[in-house]
Design a protein around this ligand. Sequence first.
Ligand code: NAD
Length: 432
Amino acid sequence: MKKITVIGVGYVGLVTGTCLAEMGNEVIGVDIDRKRIDDLNHGVIPIYEQGLEELVKGNIKNGRLTFTTDVSGAVRESEIVFIAVGTPPMFDGSVNLEYVRSAAKSVGENMNGYKVIVNKSTVPIGTGDVVSRIIEEKYNGEFDVVSNPEFLREGTAVSDFMNPDRVVIGTSSTKAEKIMCDLYSNFGTENMVVTDVKTAEMIKYASNSFLATEISFINSIANLCEKLGADVEKVSQGMMLDKRIGQKAFLHAGVGYGGSCFPKDVKGLIQIAQENNVRFGILEEVENTNNAQKQSLLGKIQKLVGQDLRGKNIVLWGLAFKPHTDDVREAPALVVIKQLLDRGVNIRVFDPIAQKQAEKILGESVFYESNLEDSVKNSDCLVILTEWPEFKVVDLDKVKKKMNEANVVDGRNIFDPNEMKKKGFKYISVGR
Ligand code: NAD
């Protein structure tokens, strides 16, 4: 059992802190967002994540998990301090380290003995040294800064944290290595990668950028399939049966990647390469391809509904950047909505979980529906932007009857084109 502070209780910090408490540690979650801390102390969970609410409540109840805005008390009491604050992109794509610096400063000011400071945030290569220097300015005793990037996926964050594919620990200190290996001893040693700080930082960027590359690759193949009359779903299936590519490859064509990580981390690595005069053109093209892909549904909608969309009623299913999360950061839905609003479309939206988050960005510019089937009433086109499981099993005959025109643009390939044709829909998907 270790005493741990987690600075920043967003998606990563809250899941990390809660899971570490569940594993038997004593965890204090710290955030500068007072409302977030008040809510958590009243059992109100600020994000939607399967299984998280029960774990937070259970560990608050058994006394292993507490939340506070008092960073000094928390740091002083802990032997391990995780930094899990946001690292958003700046206007030029470089990483904004303001929150990491500020967290490191709070740690430095409250050091009262040896501690391991763990960078859980995704940070540019070399940030471990930045954090060390900030702490050294305030404290001249012994401490270690470790890189321990997080690979959880929103939507399955708790189970990803508890059953990780790998645990990466970056440190050159044997003392810190032992403490971190003990902390994660439940997960076994087979999938533990122990390395230096910079390599650990690079593993995170390389992983996310590689996955994003797969997505842009298959989307380019999809665009070619559309021109040539091939079926990208079968192409993916054929590719993924190659064991070197694998069944879990990110080869599902669609409307492009979004979320708080891939866009930001691809931009970040491009910037890091440029700063170091290393040519990394592949990654620049991954980003260009993705931006184009997010915009590509407009042409498909116009193909079905007509060039002039003014006054048309269009319904969007899915706002979250992927299913099982309420996160709409960089979601393709936001790009499509902007394109449609610019063309004078009346937009109605339905998402089982993400409407509240989306409303913070979209306000009253769209109408929020509360029922999936009814949302399509009198609409000229249905556009699918997130592959929520409930969309796949909807009664399509009922949907068709309610629509003004039976037009469907499927940005996630959730329906079978032949089936849709049989049912009398005009249907366009991606790469089929
Ligand atoms: P988030 O925006 O959801 O949460 C960040 C939290 O940090 C916020 O609650 C904010 O108030 C708090 N904060 C900021 N500065 C602070 C300070 N000085 N002291 C205390 N609290 C402070 O961010 P997130 O999605 O959890 O991402 C955090 C980091 O983890 C990022 O670097 C991200 O790239 C990385 N990451 C995210 C995911 C993901 O799926 N979201 C997965 C892996 C890694």
